[in-house]
Each structure stands twice: as structure tokens, then as C-alpha cells.
Design a protein around this ligand. Structure first.
Ligand code: SF4
Length: 264
């Protein structure tokens, strides 16, 4: 005796498919709730249902399913909820979802890491030390290729607003200024808005560029780890505490008030 399939119905129904050429959706996740009950989750449709484990055990993702594997009631339920799909229906659904998604997107937010190198050694950093000490950066050729790819993506999507965010590593290192400024210039010429996240230690080198592109910069975020006493124990370089706080205090009158707060 098979168990009644639907115990709980969190989401609304999904469109039913035909009963021929059935297979189990690849988007099925099954979590045991108790010995006799399993939670089914369809990551494509959002359907969530608690069903008897006897039914769940017969659902092997991507497996072809002979109609005799399920009762008519079970088959109807599984089709309606999208756990069983027929033919190329699922591919069509995914393609339709992406088409609709593309239509909805009219803006682009690019995050560009000119380098993974950083002059600090924060102990909690997510970036491996090898990367932070690699001293590598994008080259002018990289920028040309990157811009070409970005322009193409923007055109394909028909994006109306574009934002470029600088991230790293530390994106605003003095030694990388030519590359970063070239990207800022190209972005500004294209009418994109700009932002960046920085440890603030070498931003002095970028003050003239920030002034040139003030109209494009929407936000510049400087990461501070609390009051100076705490910050200086965390944000360290090879020689000891970094100079972020001193930098912030030094440059605040001339540009931080303009770029960090006024434009945020
Ligand atoms: S400033 Fe950021 S990138 Fe640099 S070491 Fe600290 S957490 Fe890592």
C-alpha cells in the first residue's frame, strides 16, 4: 500500500507535464524527516512537500521512470509539483526562466579585482597569503580584453545602467595606479558609475584620479575594524599596524567627505 503523497504543501502548484517519457527532475533534493517521511524540495520550481518515504525512495534523480512505478494519483502529484518531468519539458522551462530573467535585468554590476595582492596581513583574510603576496596585477592587455567582454555582455543584455566596483586584494595600491586609473577612465567614458572597497592605506595616490572622476564615483568604502586600538591589532602589515586610521584622518578633509559620504 502506497502512502498518500501530499502531507504539506508550502508552495503553489507547478504546471503539469504529460505522462509519457517520464524522468525524475535533476533539481530534486530529498531530506529524511523521520523514518517514514521525507521532505522533497524542487530547487527549480520552489516546490516543497513532505511525502511518505516509500514514495521518496522510488524517486532517483535523473532516472527514467516507467509509468508502472507510481500509482495514477502519485504520478499526477509528482508531475504537478515538478518532481517528475517529461521529455524536454524541463530544458524548455529552464530556457524560458533564463529568457525572462534576461528581460528583467536592465542593469549590470561588475566587480573587478585589478589584483589579489594586498599590502596587509589581516589574520581573518579570506584570500590565501600566496595570492596576497603574489605582486601580480592586470596588464593593459587584460583591460582591453575585459572591456571588450563587458561591452559585449552589456550589449547582449541591453543593460541600461552599469556599475563597476573595484575589489581585491587591495585594489588601490600605489604600484597598480596606471591599470586602475585606466579602468576608471574607460568606465567613466562609458557612463558607468564607480565604487571601490579599500583598506585605505594607499589611497593618497588616487586622490587626483578620484577628483577627475568625481561625477562617476558613487561610493568608496574604507574598511575599519573598530576603534583605533582594536583596528591596529587586526589590520597589520609585515612591520606592524597599518596606517589606515592615520590615512583616514589625514585625507578626510580633502576627499573622504566628498567621496565616501556625500556620494554614498
Ligand atoms: S585588507 Fe582585505 S585583502 Fe588585505 S589582508 Fe586585510 S582582509 Fe585581506
Amino acid at each position: 500500500m502506497q502512502q498518500a503523497p501530499i502531507v504539506d504543501d508550502v508552495h503553489g502548484p507547478v504546471p503539469a507535464g504529460s505522462a509519457g517519457d517520464l524522468h525524475v527532475t535533476q533539481y530534486l533534493y530529498a531530506y529524511p524527516l523521520r523514518a517514514d517521511q521525507t521532505l522533497l524540495f524542487n530547487t527549480l520550481t520552489g516546490a516543497v512537500d513532505a511525502v511518505g518515504s516509500g514514495l521518496a525512495d522510488r524517486l532517483q534523480p535523473r532516472a527514467a521512470c516507467p509509468p508502472s512505478l507510481f500509482s495514477a494519483e502519485e504520478r499526477g502529484f509528482l508531475l504537478e509539483r515538478g518532481y517528475l518531468v517529461s521529455g524536454d519539458r524541463q530544458q524548455q522551462d529552464v530556457a524560458a526562466w533564463f529568457d525572462a530573467f534576461k528581460q528583467r535585468l536592465r542593469s549590470f554590476h561588475f566587480i573587478v579585482c585589478p589584483t589579489l595582492t594586498c599590502n596587509l596581513r589581516c589574520h581573518y583574510c579570506y584570500e590565501p597569503l600566496d595570492n596576497r603576496q603574489s605582486r601580480t596585477t592586470m596588464t593593459p592587455a587584460h583591460i582591453v580584453s575585459l572591456l571588450r567582454a563587458m561591452d559585449r555582455l552589456i550589449e547582449e543584455r541591453g543593460a541600461e545602467t552599469v556599475h563597476l566596483e573595484f575589489f581585491g586584494g587591495e585594489p588601490f595600491l600605489r604600484s597598480h595606479r596606471p591599470v586602475v586609473e585606466a579602468m576608471m577612465q574607460a568606465a567613466d567614458e562609458r557612463g558607468w558609475s564607480l565604487s571601490g572597497i579599500s583598506n585605505g592605506t594607499q589611497l593618497d595616490a588616487y586622490v587626483p584620479a578620484f577628483a577627475r572622476h568625481a561625477g562617476a564615483i558613487s561610493q568608496l568604502q574604507i574598511t575599519l575594524d573598530g576603534p583605533r586600538a582594536i583596528h591596529d591589532t587586526i589590520r597589520v602589515n609585515a612591520r606592524g599596524p597599518a596606517a589606515t586610521m592615520r590615512s583616514a584622518a589625514t585625507y578626510r578633509p580633502c576627499w573622504i567627505s566628498t567621496f565616501l559620504w556625500s556620494c554614498a
